[in-house]
Design a protein. Structure first.
Lengths: 148, 627
């Protein structure tokens, strides 16, 4: 399967990956110029945190081999796609218990800010042919896709 | 044979140039577009603020305000005002130097080549001096006096130069500018850290800076230059890399201040200097035009046929011009002198001389223009260039492109020469507009960039779309350089126009695109527009006239654009000016401006869609005039 690999030492915290993620999943048509950067509806599925030493830590869904989020999902909204190996999310089946948020070892999953009824989850840009927009937008090549 | 340096050059509307650059054994701006293609989304939207040490702050759903509390609106418009103030400063620097050169020329009883323009300005300013030199000095002094006024004193010439209905509108909106230099100062103070946070208030300052930039930096710079350098005369002249003749010692000129070259220009054709060139093995000296100062020389080329070889290309052609090997020296005095020319000059042993320290290039020798000592400095410059010629010729390979460009591009179009061409009145043009043979007028102005489709791509495609719709195009700026090298200003281009415009062009023997030359000549377009409006007894926003800075590049262009908006004209831009992160800025610029001044910003990067929008606006304006 394909996985986004993170070389966090290369990250300089520009957040272009987050902006690209927001653009890729916005509900309205448009370009990066008119993406509403203040609208919580457009929130990003990846994050950049800074650790105590000042090092940037880009957080991306790792689509784990043995995903804790899937194991903790009682409704079956989260599942591992046998074909691609990616962890996918069916919003219609989600019971909003957020056990997945509690159990994600990377801390990347979170409830959506606007309604707190669903999970903000990477879909590997399935609509864009599994070519993640975040990877394409990283000027430092700190993230890249690798077959694992 | 050339090796391909990287094979990743960007597109150009000028295909022979694109091919030439792709085959160069050195890097140019065209090669760097790809490696800079990942753009920062926050920067593109203008919502990155680094005005204080808490920053840079960026706007996201989780962080809708900067640490200080600045909203996206405040951050965006502060950034815009900074850019407009800076751009205005550039043009005001140019008009200040030009006025000083006119004044010094007059004081030293130098040649006044444009007596018609001098008299026109003197009459406008209410100056009655019998002696021509005293008259020129008084005109220059009147301009300088205004430039140096404090911000709280309104400039006196604004009212004399502006169209009455516009002046009244500006007065009503509180947009009359104080001293032009002080307005720049006011602008940069206003957008500094934790001062103004009111986006609309700052946008009004942008308009005010647009007015001082337009009337002084643009309109007056042209006219003052005409006084000492001669008025443009309509003619056809060669353009493109073909103008470089390797038998001569070739000096490429870049910048915006034509009046700084007068003395050198004349000196280079003196017998003793020509003799020096001959002794070095050349036929003489030639100036090769590049960027807007080249456009300006081309525009007034009727007065400089011996020394001026022709205009080779715009800002993003400069590296290619040097790469031909045929250039021996670059004399620069302002932007758009790209830093990218430096390694090429090094490699090809091209001497770089800069004559204005505001534009000092890292590799260049600074020989500041000094009116009093200009004979001595000029001799030094000539000797330096002779040495460079001797050192490099024979050891540097030539890579000329003689087939590039064309031999008969229309030039020398100005508000005066065009009116004279029409028989001393605008009536023939008005009649053609009324009859619909010319649907409307589009000023395609400003710079060239490499990102709106590539080098001159959007500009040239848009011009083709507009002329095909019977809309006549007037150009001013680096846009002229690209459009002319692509052949759209030759008589033969008439066949690309719509049937009605084509018939007009063929009857008059003109192309469908009229070349006003440098970006400064946006001021000339404004004079044409004003005189048309006057003849029709309407205000500027009512005219079937649109502006497009399709490939605007820099801060000066933003100040120009603000002038267009203050004039009440629709202004198309290919790329947004880093404002889309602010809903207020977008609303004011694209919508509310119609109520405010009559102007509006249209942002569209597609040539056909843009032309559709501009054509629709022209049709609506025609309807408004009942034609």
């Amino acid at each position: 399967m394909k996985r986004i690999i993170v070389e966090y030492e290369k990250c300089d915290g520009c957040k272009n990956c987050s902006a690209a993620c927001m653009q890729a999943h916005r509900k309205t048509q448009g370009t990066i110029y008119d993406l509403d950067l203040t609208d919580p509806e457009n929130e990003s599925r990846n994050f950049i945190l800074k650790d105590a030493k000042g090092q940037y830590k880009p957080l991306f869904c790792r689509h784990c081999d043995d995903p804790e989020c899937v194991k903790s999902c009682m409704s079956g909204a989260l599942y591992k796609d046998p074909e691609s190996g990616h962890v996918l999310y069916d919003e219609t089946r989600c019971g909003s218990c957020f056990m997945c948020v509690m159990n994600c070892p990377f801390g990347v999953l979170k409830p959506d800010t606007a309604t707190k009824t669903k999970v903000i989850k990477c879909d590997f840009c399935a609509d864009a042919g599994n070519e993640p927009s975040c990877v394409a937008s990283c000027p430092k090549k700190a993230i890249y896709v690798e077959e694992v | 044979m050339n090796q391909c340096y990287s094979c990743t050059t960007c597109k150009s509307a000028d295909k022979p140039l694109q091919e030439f650059i792709a085959g160069l054994p050195m890097e140019t701006s065209h090669h760097r577009v790809e490696s800079q293609s990942t753009k920062c989304a926050f920067g593109l939207q203008g919502v990155c603020c680094r005005l204080c040490s808490n920053g840079p702050c960026r706007i996201t759903p989780e962080s809708p305000r900067g640490i200080c509390g600045a909203s996206a609106d405040t951050i965006v418009v502060r950034n815009l005002l900074r850019a407009v103030a800076s751009g205005s400063g550039c043009y005001i620097h140019v008009v200040e130097n030009t006025a000083l050169n006119v004044k010094n020329t007059a004081k030293t009883k130098g040649q006044i080549k444009g007596i018609g323009t001098l008299n026109r300005l003197a009459a406008l300013f209410g100056i009655e001096e019998e002696d021509v030199h005293k008259r020129a000095e008084a005109v220059a002094d009147a301009v300088l006096k205004d430039l140096y006024l404090p911000e709280y004193e309104k400039m006196a010439l604004t009212e004399k130069l502006a169209y009455k209905p516009r002046y009244d509108k500006w007065k009503e909106l509180g947009l009359l500018p104080g001293g032009a230099k002080s307005e720049v100062f006011h602008g940069v103070v206003k957008c500094s850290t934790n001062l103004n946070s009111d986006p609309v208030n700052m946008l009004l300052d942008c308009l005010k800076l647009g007015i001082s930039t337009g009337i002084y930096g643009l309109v007056l710079t042209n006219l003052l230059n005409d006084v000492v350098l001669g008025e443009p005369e309509i003619r056809f002249a060669p353009v493109g890399l073909r103008v470089i003749d390797p038998d001569y010692i070739n000096i490429m000129i870049t910048g915006h201040q034509h009046s700084m070259f007068t003395f050198l220009q004349n000196r280079l054709t003196d017998q003793d200097v020509k003799e020096k060139a001959r002794k070095a093995g050349a036929k003489g000296f030639k100036l090769v035009g590049c960027t807007c100062v080249g456009q300006d020389l081309q525009l007034r080329g009727a007065h400089y046929t011996e020394i001026f070889d022709g205009h080779a290309g715009n800002n993003y052609t400069s590296e290619a011009i040097l790469a031909t090997g045929g250039i021996d020296a670059v004399i620069s005095e302002f932007n758009c002198t790209l830093p990218g020319i430096e390694p090429i000059c090094d490699e090809l042993k091209i001497k770089q001389i800069c004559i204005d320290n505001v534009a000092k290039k890292a590799n260049a020798q600074l020989k500041e223009f000094d009116f009093e000592n200009r004979p001595a400095v000029t001799e030094e410059i000539i000797d330096e260039i002779l040495e460079a010629y001797k050192a490099r010729r024979g050891s540097v390979p030539m890579n000329l492109l003689k087939e590039h460009g064309n031999d008969a591009t229309l030039t020398g179009v100005s508000e005066t020469s065009l009116k004279n061409f029409l028989g001393g009145t605008w009536q023939p043009l008005i009649d053609l507009i009324v009859s619909g043979d010319i649907k409307g007028v589009a000023g395609v102005v400003g710079c060239s960039n490499l990102t709106a489709g590539g080098h001159d791509v959007l500009t040239v495609d848009l011009v083709k779309e507009l002329i095909a719709r019977d809309i006549i195009v007037l150009t001013a700026g680096c846009s002229s350089g690209g459009i002319e090298n692509c052949g759209l200003m030759t008589k033969e281009a008439a066949k690309l126009a719509g049937p009605k415009l084509r018939a007009v062009c063929e009857k008059l023997g003109i192309p469908p695109v009229l070349n006003f030359g440098p970006c400064l000549a946006i001021g000339r377009l404004e004079i044409v527009a004003t005189e048309l409006a006057e003849a029709l007894h309407v205000d500027l926003p009512e005219l079937p006239l649109v502006l497009s800075a399709a490939q605007w590049l820099e801060e000066q262009a933003l100040a120009d654009g603000c002038y267009g908006l203050a004039l009440g004209l629709p202004l198309h831009l290919g790329l947004p000016p880093f404002v889309t992160g602010s809903k207020t800025a977008v609303q004011v610029l694209t919508q509310d401006m119609k109520e405010l001044t009559g102007g509006q910003v249209i942002i569209n990067s597609d040539a056909k869609a843009s032309a559709d929008i501009l054509e629709q606006i022209i049709l609506e304006k025609r309807q408004g005039l009942h034609i």
